[in-house]
Write a protein of this length. Structure first.
Length: 267
């Protein structure tokens, strides 16, 4: 099958989930290519969990069980207690009791947060549940059962000092835990291109209007502007020597990160 045919097949599959009429249109345009997805096939892919908890499977898991599962399936990448910076940035840390009360991580407001972690950034607990369920462990995604996901997430919540050590997270109380997320008020939909009325008018959107105004220079512009990316010192060695992991050809060869914090780009 050609690359074009594969693309069309994927397109037809995606359209089938939107409705029979749309799928029929795709099949009319590409006769003999693909077929309409069955309800069972759509259901197998439709496993995301929304912030309003639609799609959340029933189940429960406690902190103790989550601790055991984490050590077995997660610690090799995230380290014990989720604090390792060797493969990924830490999962927990950087939040305070005041953040849990206010729903906004104070370190972001003051700018003195030491390092971003999962629980400093994420506003909705459903996001964490959904990601673990669909993508973890990295070496065996979608292998965790709902009860195991609840347990691992309960363990995370305890590490972040959001719930006590004897807590059991379930589909019955996860909405209550959402009210304790340290950065639950750190996300807004009052920005560009979000549909619906703005927050000022009682809605959650921005009327679909861009939130930036372009003032690009068109002539006599300064030419000393440099665009680049700088790794903070604490993260330079988190993933080993980047020079060895990037391509060995082209203008960008990667940065040697294991020798010194100010290493120059490889030549």
């Amino acid at each position: 099958m050609s690359r074009f045919s594969k693309s069309v097949l994927i397109l037809a599959f995606g359209f089938s989930a939107l409705g029979a009429s749309t799928a029929t249109l795709a099949f009319d345009n590409y006769a003999g290519v693909g077929r309409q997805a069955t309800p069972a096939e759509v259901k197998a892919w439709d496993i995301d969990v929304r912030p309003d908890f639609k799609g959340l499977p029933k189940g429960a898991g406690n902190v103790s069980r989550g601790n055991d599962l984490f050590e077995e399936k997660c610690a090799s990448c995230h380290g014990s207690f989720g604090e390792s910076n060797e493969v990924f940035t830490p999962l927990v840390g950087g939040t305070t009791k005041a953040d849990i009360q206010n729903g906004r991580v104070g370190g972001f407001v003051t700018g003195d947060i030491p390092q971003r972690t999962t629980f400093t950034k994420v506003a909705t607990i459903s996001t964490v549940w959904d990601y673990i369920y669909r993508a973890m462990p990295w070496t065996e995604p979608k292998s965790l059962k709902p009860d195991e996901v609840y347990a691992i997430l309960a363990y995370f919540l305890n590490l972040a000092e959001i719930v006590p050590a004897d807590f059991e997270l379930s589909d019955k109380n996860i909405a209550d835990v959402q009210k304790l997320m340290p950065n639950r008020n750190g996300m807004t939909t009052d920005h560009g291109m979000w549909p619906g009325p703005s927050a000022a008018k009682g809605g959650m959107g921005n009327g679909g209007k861009p939130d930036v105004k372009n003032s690009a220079c068109m002539k006599n512009c300064k030419k000393d502007v440099q665009v680049g990316s700088v790794l903070p010192d604490y993260a330079r060695t988190a993933h080993g020597n980047l020079e060895e992991q990037n391509r060995s050809f082209g203008p960008v060869r990667g940065v040697r990160t294991v020798d010194a914090a100010t290493a120059a780009p490889a030549k």
